[in-house]
Each structure stands twice: as structure tokens, then as C-alpha cells.
Design a protein around this ligand. Structure first.
Ligand code: PNW
Length: 480
């Protein structure tokens, strides 16, 4: 058992690379957003971040020391195509990724690559970003270039990281760039384009590269398990399921099921649009041809997860011309464990086992990879990080229960993150790394935390060995 299980760690381009304008890289929406004072905590930016752009060897050294089987990272679109388009290719950017990929392969570490982790070239935002369907072609030409250039060595591709965050946080809440605050309609239009863009890239891989390169391709939703507030109340059970359909099914129902949005989503958005006297549903409709094109465009099921929530049914007020929430509101599970730095991300490990079983049932037992899982701790990055060790112990325990006891078709587990990095609106606080990075030192030195040593032991033993099982006991004694 567990022979081919792929243990790894994850990162993303904007969060670690730095070199924001180095050697011909074009600006992304995150470069520009972080440069405006007041947008990010402490006015932090990713200008230098972990300086990974200049530290390929150091990063590979860390990965070797961990003993990981894979490393998951993302490509900066505007480092390769500075203006987002293939008429200008930045060879220095291509060289950087070639050095990284070659280094990984030379050390027997499988590269897993995400094409888009939120850092859209500014030039493409200038034409409307993901609200413009021209992005379908443009994303496809970027992906095509990446398959052609890196696909001889990269066999695992993810098109979009967390499409729900792109659509909802970027175009609904407006908290992330492009900061559009239009929750009732823009996210649905954006998601419609994201799904078509994903499918387009999948078909390009299928038509032009799969036969010669033999890799897999998918997308990576963010999922938090939700538990009905009152498990005996059928309305809460329905609300919890609806929440998962709006969060995850929005993207995975079309791709893994029938090419179309979840029934409950079509029903609810349609119904509410009607009550608002709108001429048609705010949820766009796919043609039969589009449904056929989108259905089946994923080879494996990937997801990121950090916490679990509680959901109760709610009758939300309809306000036709302003704010519009079609989703149920969720609250945190009150775990016995203190909340992490991000106040609503409580460690609720049993939620992961339930989530894995839900994916297994809902999507008929697909091969599953956990791409991101971890905890942010609000502290001046202590290398003695018991909180993180406890998080990984409990979450990996539940992962192994799903694998061994529930027969979930699990193929890999990746920890977020390889090292402390730029945590979006929160800047450099909290820290998610297995390695500490000293952001006050221009050399950005990396130091393994206790959790790095712990995770390396898990990888080496292909599971949690008995001496690590005892960790909880010693922890309790120390804390008590
Ligand atoms: C993930 N939000 O998702 C991201 O993929 C990582 O880049 C990130 O570092 C990690 O979580 C830890 O936060 C997020 O709504 C999902 O603010 C949602 C949000 C932020 C990050």
C-alpha cells in the first residue's frame, strides 16, 4: 500500500519569487495592487518576497532535505509573456523556470505546475481581465507555450488555482485585484469564462501534447468542509450541501459531471433573479456544444483545504440593486484547537476525512491530490512551531484514515508551504512555512522549523511512525 503516494510541498510564484521587474518581467495585477499604500498589511509587497527568482539552488536544497517526491509551484505569466501575449517572450523568465525544473528532475523531484495562481499580467487586466472572453484565447496561448517549452519534463499540470477565489474574492467581494465589488453578477460571468478557458487549455493539451508528453491536467478548487449546524434539521443538511455546490460544484460539477452547473445553483440563482424581476438568470447558460466541450476536462481531482465551517439555512434579504449573496453564510467550527492567525481558519482535521469521502461519493471515486494544506501562525516566525506540527499530525492522520479505512483514491498530499512567504492581504504575517525566512535580511536566509523535521520523518516513513504518534502526548505534557 501507499507505494506511489506522492508527498510534497507547495508554493506560488507571486508569493515567493520576488524579482517583480527583473530581466524584462512585465507587471502583474498583484505587483500594482501591492504598490499602492494601504492595500496590504504593513504595506508589504512581493517585490522581493523570498527572492526565489535568485535562489533556485537554495530552494532545491530545502526540497532535497525534506525528501519530497514532488514540488508544486506556479508560473508567473508576465515573467514569460511580459504583456500577457505571445508576441513578446522573455527568455530570462523561461531560463529561470528551466533551471528550476531541470534541478528538480535531476534530484528525482516531480514538478507539479500551476499555470495561473492569480498574478494576471496587468496588460490583460487593462482589457477587462477575466470579464473579457478574449482571455480564453490568451490563456490558451500562454498554456500552449508552457506545454511546448516545459512539457518534456512537466507531467502534472493545473490550469487554475482556486477559481472560486478568482471569481468571488476578485470580482464579487472585491478584496483581491481587480477589486470589483459586484457579488450578484460579475463572479458568475467570470466563472463562465474561467471554465471555458480551462476546457480550452485541456483540449490543447489533449490534441497537441498528450500523446507525446503523457501527462495529466486538471484544475484546483479551494474547499472547506461544511457541517450542518443542526445535523437533525434537514434544512441545515440541505444548506450545507448547497454551500459545497456553490463553492466547489460551481467548477467541478461541469467538469467532472455533465458540463453544466449544479442543479441547485441553477435553481436558486434563477429563482432569485426572477424575484428581482430580471429578464434572465444572473447565472449564464452553456450551450449544448459548450457543455460537451467542458465535460470531462480533468484527469485527476485536486484541491486545497485549510479549515472546516458550520452552515445553517438562511433566508437572505433580496436587495435587487445592491448587494446580492446567493450563498449560505457560514461560521467557524469551534474546534478544541486555537484558531490560526487567519481568524476564521480553525484546525478541524476530522473535516478533511469527511471532505475526502464527499469527493469520493460526489465524483465517483476520482484519483485525488491534496495540493495545499497547512496553518498560518501569527508570530515572528518561531522555528519551534508546535502549533504547526500538531496541525500536520492531525490532518495527515485523518488523510490516512480516509485512505486506509474509507478507500478514498488518494494519490498525494502537499503541505502549504515550503517556506514562509507573502500571504496576500496579510503581507508577511501570518507565516505558513515549514522553513522560516528572515525577511529583514537582504539574503532572505531559510531555516528549517521543527515542523520541517517532523514532515521529513513522515515522508521518510511514508506515513506517521509510532514515535511521531507519541508527539501529542509529549506536546500535552509540555503545554500543560
Ligand atoms: C490559499 N481568501 O487560498 C492560496 O492558494 C494560497 O496562495 C495561500 O497562501 C493559502 O491559501 C493560505 O492562505 C486562499 O479568501 C483562499 O482570502 C482564500 C483566501 C486566501 C487564500
Amino acid at each position: 500500500m501507499f507505494e506511489d503516494f506522492s508527498w510534497g510541498v507547495s508554493s506560488s510564484a507571486y508569493q515567493i519569487e520576488g524579482g517583480w521587474d527583473a530581466d524584462g518581467k512585465g507587471p502583474s495585477i498583484w505587483d500594482n495592487f501591492t504598490h499602492i499604500p494601504g492595500n496590504i498589511k504593513n504595506n508589504d509587497t512581493g517585490d522581493i518576497a523570498c527572492d526565489s527568482y535568485n535562489k533556485v539552488e537554495e530552494d532545491i536544497y530545502l526540497l532535497r532535505a525534506l525528501g519530497v517526491k514532488n514540488y508544486h509551484f506556479s508560473l508567473s505569466w508576465s515573467r514569460i509573456f511580459p504583456s500577457g501575449r505571445n508576441n513578446l517572450i522573455n527568455s530570462h523568465g523561461v531560463d529561470y523556470y528551466n533551471r528550476l525544473i531541470d534541478g528538480l528532475v535531476a534530484n528525482n523531484i516531480t514538478p507539479m505546475v500551476t499555470l495561473y495562481h492569480w498574478d494576471l499580467p496587468q496588460a490583460l487586466q487593462d482589457i477587462g481581465g477575466w470579464e473579457n472572453s478574449a482571455l480564453i484565447d490568451l490563456f490558451d496561448s500562454f498554456a500552449d507555450f508552457c506545454f511546448q517549452t516545459f512539457g518534456d519534463r512537466v507531467k502534472f499540470w493545473i490550469t487554475l488555482n482556486e477559481p472560486q477565489v478568482i471569481a468571488w474574492v476578485g470580482y464579487g467581494l472585491g478584496a483581491f485585484p481587480p477589486n470589483i465589488n459586484d457579488p450578484g453578477t460579475a463572479p458568475y460571468r467570470v466563472a463562465h469564462i474561467l471554465l471555458k478557458a480551462h476546457a480550452r487549455v485541456y483540449h490543447t493539451y489533449d490534441d497537441k501534447y498528450r500523446a507525446s508528453q503523457g501527462g495529466v491536467i486538471t484544475l484546483c478548487p479551494n474547499i472547506e468542509w461544511v457541517e450542518p449546524k443542526t445535523p437533525t434539521d434537514p434544512r441545515d443538511i440541505e444548506a450545507a450541501d448547497r454551500h459545497l455546490q456553490f463553492l466547489v460544484g460551481w467548477f467541478t460539477h461541469p467538469i467532472f459531471k455533465n458540463g453544466d452547473y449544479p442543479e441547485v445553483m441553477k435553481w436558486k440563482v434563477g429563482n432569485r433573479s426572477e424575484l428581482q424581476n430580471l429578464p434572465s438568470s444572473r447565472l449564464p447558460v452553456f450551450t449544448a456544444e459548450e457543455r460537451e466541450y467542458i465535460r470531462g476536462t480533468a484527469d485527476v481531482f485536486c484541491f486545497n483545504t485549510y479549515t472546516s465551517k458550520i452552515v445553517t439555512h438562511a433566508v437572505t434579504q433580496l436587495r435587487p440593486f445592491s448587494y446580492e449573496y446567493d450563498q449560505e453564510v457560514s461560521t467557524s467550527v469551534d474546534s478544541s484547537w486555537p484558531s490560526s492567525a487567519i481568524s476564521d481558519q480553525r484546525a478541524v482535521a476530522w473535516g478533511l476525512r469527511r471532505l475526502l469521502n464527499w469527493i469520493k461519493e460526489e465524483y465517483e471515486n476520482p484519483p485525488i491530490y491534496i495540493i495545499e494544506n497547512g496553518v498560518g501562525v501569527k508570530t515572528t516566525s518561531d522555528v519551534d512551531d508546535n502549533t504547526r506540527i500538531f496541525y500536520y499530525k492531525t490532518y495527515i492522520d485523518e488523510t490516512l484514515k480516509a485512505y486506509n479505512l474509507d478507500n478514498v483514491n488518494l494519490r498525494g498530499y502537499n503541505a502549504w508551504s515550503l517556506m514562509d512567504n507573502f500571504e496576500w492581504l496579510n503581507g508577511y504575517d501570518p507565516r505558513f512555512g515549514l522553513h522560516q525566512v528572515d525577511f529583514d535580511n537582504p539574503n532572505r536566509p531559510r531555516t528549517p522549523k521543527r515542523s520541517a523535521v517532523y514532515y521529513a520523518e513522515i515522508i521518510r516513513n511514508n506515513g506517521i511512525p509510532i514515535h511521531l504518534q507519541l508527539f501529542k502526548l509529549s506536546f500535552t505534557v509540555i503545554e500543560g
